[in-house]
Design a protein. Structure first.
Ligand code: SF4
Length: 497
């Protein structure tokens, strides 16, 4: 087979990109070097999509796979044509029509024609998935193949794994044939519009809501260069419409007329103007009064898997695999530290829970930053290990949320830029302590590192490096809480901040 590749102008993903923003389609075609690199979360999405797609093949086993590695588009199209003569199920079938190349996740032959299945790795059928089906139908139909039905296949969020995977229960297929047929005329027009745009100069399209909806565009680094720090787009929460301000030429936060802002947005703008820290000492003292000793600082790291890995798990259920726990037995006492990081490739829940229950002193007060996350994981552990339910409930009952003083703006620094994420709050109040430069810098990277550990079980040196980075990251999270509580305590004492 030849490896020569005929250049194509459009694909399924470029079609959906073009629907969102013609400039994005133009840039990816003519200036792909301006794209941002994929972050850990995006890479994880790609990996998940691939895994789910492969598992979904088992819905209709025994089919013919059209590979793509070392294959030109022509090779893939020709191979598909051959497979359609003998096979009743084809995975990754390739077609081209009207300069658009597509690969269909699953095609299944029925008496009425071929059924098209578009597999999505999410827990529901989002509206914008329909565009993927529309363009595939258009290309396959244009190639002279009759499609009798079209489906969007997604994961069933109610499915709970028990022993072997039940593939029929794991997936849900939504019949979208009618709406797909209705939209075919529009697909033809859109493709013509995109091809015209690609032949012309770069489209003059300004930044807008499309830059983050339905996905964060990978050209934001290029298109948003003119937006400074502390801009209207840093205004947190609901209130003024940011793009309305931008269209009026108001970009810097300091240029926003204060009288049009309310509540937290006004507080944020005022703090940014004067570069100040706002402290409500009464509220902070109330918060401090809600704590007792022994005092613990707890943080979980979790992984998710679209395909449940162990019994009792649903698709995308978050499973704790690591925790860090700092604790003080009495006020001003020595700071102790305990931690757990699971061995890769085994269900971590039982071992993690047993050690956690040993590490947390009885009736201790437990601080978490955004405690609903930790409480949700503890409740799921209680469901899986009902004998431990009472002890777990005791922990939940004693949890206090350290995010609250920051979320309620009882304490707020202009440096937080409207965010109460610990990643913004920590450097704002504890100079010299941040997540910058850490091997693992956020929960998404921690999850990726754990998945990597599971894939590298026979590479001890790499495993040791990942373990060290994970332990450092999680420890940083609870140490950050210790430092933030010290800051809050100091601020509560001072009269003028
Ligand atoms: S960042 Fe926004 S304006 Fe720029 S290409 Fe992407 S969607 Fe279009």
């Amino acid at each position: 087979m030849t490896k020569k590749t005929t250049p194509i102008k459009m694909s399924k993903s470029r079609y959906t990109r073009g629907l969102t923003c013609l400039k994005s389609l133009w840039l990816v075609t003519h200036h792909p070097e301006l794209r941002e690199e994929y972050d850990a979360a995006t890479q994880a999405c790609f990996r998940t999509g691939h895994e789910v797609g492969e598992v979904a093949h088992q819905l209709f086993p025994g089919g013919t796979l059209i590979p793509y590695e070392n294959m030109s588009y022509e090779d893939q199209i020709n191979m598909t044509q051959e497979a359609m003569k003998t096979s009743k199920v084809i995975y990754e079938a390739a077609f081209r029509f009207d300069d658009v190349f597509i690969k269909a996740d699953i095609l299944r032959k029925s008496r009425q024609g071929w059924e098209l299945y578009e597999v999505k790795s999410s827990n529901d059928a989002k509206d914008y998935y329909q565009h993927d089906v529309d363009v595939q139908y258009y290309v396959i139909d244009g190639s002279g193949i009759k499609i009798s039905k079209a489906f969007i296949v997604h994961l069933n969020k109610e499915y709970v794994r028990e022993s072997d995977l039940d593939i029929d229960e794991l997936f849900v297929a939504k019949n979208v044939t009618k709406v797909t047929l209705e939209r075919q005329g529009q697909v033809k027009k859109e493709i013509a519009r995109m091809k015209r745009s690609l032949r012309s100069k770069e489209p003059k399209i300004d930044i807008g809501p499309q830059c983050d909806n339905p996905y964060k565009c990978d050209f934001k680094g290029h298109c948003w260069q003119h937006i400074p720090d502390n801009s209207v787009f840093d205004l947190a929460g609901n209130g003024v419409k940011k793009f309305d301000l931008y269209e009026k030429g108001i970009v810097k936060l300091e240029d926003v007329p204060l009288d049009i802002l309310k509540g937290k947005q006004r507080q944020q703008a005022e703090a940014a103007l004067d570069k100040k820290v706002i402290v409500d000492r009464k509220k902070i003292r109330e918060f401090l009064d809600s704590l007792h000793y022994p005092l613990c600082y707890l943080d979980f790291e979790t992984f998710t898997s679209a395909i449940p890995l162990y019994d009792g798990l649903r698709p995308y259920q978050q499973v704790p695999f690591q925790y860090s726990l700092h604790f003080q037995k009495k006020k001003g006492g020595k700071l102790h530290h305990a931690e757990f990081l699971a061995q890769p490739g085994v269900d971590p829940r039982k071992e993690l829970l047993n050690q956690l229950l040993d590490d947390i002193p009885e009736n201790a007060c437990i601080l978490a930053y955004n405690k609903s996350f930790e409480i949700d994981k503890l409740k799921k552990l209680a469901e899986s290990f009902p004998r431990k339910k009472k002890k777990i409930q005791n922990i939940i009952d004693n949890m206090v949320d350290l995010i609250e003083p920051f979320r309620q703006r009882s304490i707020y620094s202009w440096k937080q830029q409207g965010s109460h994420s610990i990643k913004k709050v920590l450097p704002a109040f504890v100079p010299g302590m941040s997540y910058e430069g850490m091997e693992i810098g956020d929960g998404g990277e921690a999850m990726e590192a754990y998945h990597e550990m599971c894939a590298l079980a026979n590479k001890p040196r790499k495993l040791a490096t990942l373990r060290k980075a994970l332990l450092e990251y999680c420890k940083q999270d609870t140490l950050a809480m210790v430092k933030l509580l010290e800051v809050i305590t100091q601020k509560a004492r001072r009269k003028i901040i």
